[in-house]
Design a protein around this ligand. Structure first.
Ligand code: ATP
Length: 353
């Protein structure tokens, strides 16, 4: 795409002494103002990608183009990147304003302009009036905001966030998700953030790249990735799923050994092997429509808003999430009917168009 702000091409990192590549020919583009999440399990290479984009480590091969210019070999101080780390990396001996001003000082910005820009950055992250405070006198959330102000005050070409929320407790983490998203939208800064938390990626990113073993398995909007996972790994990593392997029998139907026939609304030629995904929350109680099954409830887990059922159907086990407000709920040992609309049966590997 010619108008991409950032283009990453065939980016590869093989650390000295290791045979496998930690990042293996990764490609992605970012439009200006976009927020991309790099999501994946521990060790899949997310931080290595971020560090190569930042200039903290050199790629083994590949290109990183910012506004058309290859920056892959530029040292970190020649790149205009804002970075927020999991640990915040604030200077404890400096106050909040001094921390935020640091990058401006390094760039030789005059004192009067510095003060004004620091004030604006603190205002952006709702820390106006905290300039004189010591870092140790801030809460975790406030330290996080200070780190964001420090990275944004230099007006970076890219904002890079490495697990920015993982040191916060669950409630604050949700608040900060919205806040980071809001700050990012208001400043329009193109951003990449690393996370292993699928909810964080789904709720914050414009697009997300799901990684496994140094490669991107799928890149797309949260909705595309959740509703149309390209691989079983992606489907399983993002949300719970029932997976059925079988053979297409034509007319949008598949034979699933041990279960029976499953109708879906995408096309697959008769005789081809298919892998189908059904999200537990898409399964309905009772006989409704094309796909319905009868089974026995083996196990129940009450989760407040939903009840998770483990149901034995034929030789298969199906996991279903039912809303707890939906009338009489099944009990263990009960024989029940379950239904699945064909639109809720996803053919894995059929990427969204
Ligand atoms: P996490 O979520 O645990 O931070 P990650 O997805 O960010 O993981 P990376 O930190 O990028 O993963 O690591 C990718 C792989 O590269 C891992 O197998 C890791 O052990 C290896 N690795 C990372 N840094 C180095 C290094 N300096 N030297 C050798 N191998 C490294």
């Amino acid at each position: 795409m010619p108008d991409s702000h950032l283009i990453v091409e065939s980016l590869t990192k093989t650390y000295p002494g290791s045979t496998a590549s930690s990042v293996d020919h990764v490609d992605f583009n970012l439009q200006k103002g976009e927020m991309l999440a790099l999501l994946g399990p521990s060790g899949c290479g997310k931080t290595t990608i971020l560090r190569m984009v930042a200039g903290l480590i050199a790629p083994t091969s590949g290109r990183i183009l910012l506004e058309g210019r290859d920056i892959a070999q530029l040292p970190v101080y020649r790149r205009n990147m804002g970075m927020v780390f999991q640990s915040y990396a604030l200077f404890p001996h400096m106050n909040v304003a001094e921390n935020v001003a640091f990058g401006l000082e390094m760039r030789g910005i005059p004192k009067s302009e510095r003060a004004e820009r620091v004030e604006r950055a603190l205002d952006l992250v709702k820390l106006s009036g905290y300039g004189e405070r010591r870092i140790t006198q801030l809460s975790g959330g406030q330290q996080q905001r200070c780190a964001i102000a420090r990275s944004l005050v230099i007006e970076p070409d890219l904002l890079l966030l490495d697990e920015p929320l993982s040191n916060l407790d669950a409630k604050l983490r949700e608040e900060m998700r919205d806040e980071i998203r809001d700050i990012q939208a208001r400043t329009g800064v193109t951003s990449i953030f690393v996370t292993h938390d699928q909810d964080e990626a789904l709720s914050m990113a414009d697009r997300m790249a799901v990684m496994s073993a140094g490669r991107i398995e799928q890149i797309g909007t949260p909705r595309e990735v959740f509703d149309r996972p390209a691989t079983e790994f992606v489907a399983g990593f993002i949300g719970a799923g029932n997976f059925f392997a079988g053979t297409a029998s034509g007319n949008g139907e598949a034979d699933i050994p041990g279960l029976g026939r499953l109708t879906f609304s995408q096309s697959a030629a008769a005789g081809t092997p298919v892998r189908l995904l059904v999200r537990p929350h898409r399964i309905l109680l009772g006989h409704q429509g094309t796909n319905h099954f009868t089974g026995t409830v083996e196990h129940l887990v009450y989760r407040g808003q939903i009840l998770t059922l483990t149901v034995k159907v034929g030789e298969r086990t199906i996991i279903a999430d039912l809303p707890t407000h939906a009338g009489k709920l099944p009990v263990t040992g009960e024989t029940i009917a379950l239904s699945i609309a064909p639109d809720d049966v996803t053919l894995i590997g059929e990427a969204a168009s």
